[in-house]
Design a protein around this ligand. Structure first.
Ligand code: SAM
Length: 223
């Protein structure tokens, strides 16, 4: 087994392992080639009971980056059942404890039933995790319009048509050196075209690299 960067109890490791296994088992039954377009009611109906959790190796990398940049304020675009949120919250809680300050993960989920399951998973993960999460239920184009603070990190694990709108919304609050991670950037590359055109524009303030994780994982730094 390769080393894990996670500093976590064996109970938390077990919980995460179980959640990732459930997500993968569900995903293996989905026919990804026949899905309706993202951001339609038909697509949302199919996804309402699905984890579609971020892959475990990507979650661990993100935790590692958050510990490295000492992130205290993190936004998650797309929370679902809250699996990746546990990694974000663990890193933020540990960074905050190291500096005796407060940390916050702003989680966003538009489906109330999914938000409810996410909260149950965070309770199971423990007070350290649940205590730093600020869950915003509803359309993130509305829920991310206030009380953001200075943002150290954004996770884009959301339907791709929402990626650029989210970046535009939170850009005024990004600190210099902030990191944005976007999932599935090779597999769903066509959906990210407008975001990439935006960040790749000279003098946009952003620089990005595509990391060789399954489906592509982009790391964008706000200079
Ligand atoms: C890929 S999943 C997130 C998976 C999660 N990051 C994890 O690793 O467990 C994307 C989620 O975004 C939610 N979503 C879609 N459109 C949204 C919107 N406009 N506002 C907030 N959440 C939205 C979906 O309901 C879905 O649960």
């Amino acid at each position: 087994m390769p080393p894990s960067p996670l500093i976590a109890s064996s109970d938390l490791h077990t919980l995460l392992q179980n959640l990732h296994s459930q997500s993968l088992a569900q995903e293996s039954k989905v026919d990804w080639n026949t899905l309706p377009k993202q951001c339609t009611d038909e697509f949302d109906d199919i996804m309402r009971d699905k984890f579609i959790a971020l892959d475990q190796d990507k979650c661990e990398l993100i935790y590692h980056v958050l510990r490295s940049i000492n992130a205290k304020t993190v936004v998650e675009a797309g929370t679902s059942f809250g699996v990746s949120t546990i990694y974000l919250a663990l890193a933020v809680a540990q960074n905050a404890a190291r500096d005796s300050t407060k940390g916050r993960v702003i989680a966003t989920e538009k489906e109330p039933s999914k938000a409810c399951v996410a909260q149950e998973n965070w309770e199971k993960a423990g007070k350290e995790i649940a205590g730093v999460i600020d869950l915003r239920i509803g359309d993130l184009k509305e829920t991310l319009t206030k009380d953001l603070g200075t943002i150290d990190f954004l996770l884009l694990d959301i339907w791709t048509p929402l990626a650029l709108p989210v970046v535009e919304l939170i850009q005024p609050y990004l600190k210099h050196g902030a990191v944005i991670m976007a999932d599935n950037t090779l597999k769903a590359g066509a959906g990210y075209e407008n975001l990439f055109a935006y960040v790749d524009t000279p003098n946009s303030g952003f620089r990005r690299v595509t990391l060789p994780y399954a489906g592509g994982l982009d790391m964008i730094v706000y200079q």
